[in-house]
Design a protein around this ligand. Structure first.
Ligand SMILES: NC(=O)C1=CN([C@@H]2O[C@H](COP(=O)(O)OP(=O)(O)OC[C@H]3O[C@@H](n4cnc5c(N)ncnc54)[C@H](O)[C@@H]3O)[C@@H](O)[C@H]2O)C=CC1
Ligand SMILES: O=C(O)[C@@H]1CCC=N1
Length: 268
């Protein structure tokens, strides 16, 4: 069998991954997708030139099955998959909250399952994908998952016990930055700047700050201190952020995301 990857439930994250795999040079003939709606199938075929098949066909043809449906749809997908997926398939779940134990319990005994939490910057090859092994996944299975998800950005191995936290920080993480950009744009509007100019200023500040965070090796406190002149503008803003409990709000928000990820696993 040629080495094939199927993305089961090619929605936003599944399509981002497929696009990245194609950009990284994987031939379209080695990729398969499954979807629910015919219009979606037509769009995927047209945009990426890949074959869209049903779950049974994907399970029979591909040796790596990436499950990218919503956590709430995972039980139904596994019911469809189980009769067709032999135990030699590597199954990779990208769903928030869903444990490898849950996936394993629905598939053939001994199936290797890997849990991965990517994020949407996969669309621009800047994802972070956090990878954990299930009970039967070997180092080679983890390396295979790293190779696939490494095509759309960076990867990090963490124990599965830390996946809900990683989901809250990294899977959902880009949304917090977009939220911040929205709020800062509102501030620019309040201060009388045109929306497009405010947006451009904030996006460039975000890119500049991100590159410095990644490349300077400096602690964020040091980078922030370098912006914060005595008696200056930045400290006036920082005082308001502290007054409004923004740090505590972020900690509480990310804890809530972690708790939601745990809850999506369903009752223990
Ligand atoms: N959107 C994001 O930023 C991230 C999402 N995830 C996870 O990825 C999964 C998908 O999320 P999105 O892509 O945002 O959702 P989505 O709703 O865009 O994609 C899911 C797709 O699966 C299809 N689907 C559902 N059941 C199916 C079945 N039985 N057979 C074939 N197709 C089926 C749906 O029609 C839909 O197109 C979720 O479990 C989520 O937790 C993980 C990391 C980041
Ligand atoms: O919001 C969600 O549940 C998904 C998982 C991580 C990012 N988006």
């Amino acid at each position: 069998m040629t080495h094939k990857i199927a993305v089961l439930g090619a929605g936003k994250i599944g399509e981002a991954l497929l696009g990245g795999l194609l950009r990284s040079g994987r031939p379209p003939a080695t990729l398969l997708a499954t979807v629910r709606r015919p219009e979606r199938a037509a769009a995927l075929r047209e945009r990426h030139g890949i074959e869209v098949v049903d779950t049974a066909e994907a399970a029979k043809t591909a040796d790596t099955l990436i499950l990218a449906v919503k956590p709430q749809d995972m039980g139904a997908l596994l019911d469809e998959l189980a009769p067709h997926a032999t135990a030699d398939r590597l199954v990779i779940s990208a769903a928030a909250g869903i444990t490898t134990a849950f996936v394993e319990s629905r598939l053939s005994e001994g199936t290797a399952v890997v849990r991965v939490m990517p994020n949407t910057p996969a669309l621009v090859d800047e994802a972070m994908s956090v990878i954990s092994a299930g009970r039967h996944a070997t180092d080679a299975d983890l390396a295979h998952a790293e190779e696939i998800f490494g095509g759309v950005g960076r990867t990090m191995r963490l124990p599965e016990s830390q996946q809900d936290a990683a989901t809250a920080l990294s899977g959902s993480g880009p949304a917090y930055f977009y939220y911040l950009v929205e709020a800062m744009t509102d501030a620019g509007i309040l201060l009388g700047l045109p929306r497009d100019k405010a947006h451009e200023l904030i996006v460039q500040a975000a890119i500049g700050a991100s590159v410095m965070l990644r490349d300077s090796g400096e602690h964020p406190v040091t980078l922030r201190e370098a912006v914060t002149s005595p008696g200056g503008t930045t400290i006036s803003a920082i005082r308001e952020l502290e007054n409004h409990g923004v740090r505590a709000a972020l900690i509480a928000a990310i804890e809530a995301a972690r708790d939601r990820s745990r809850a999506l696993a369903g009752p223990a």
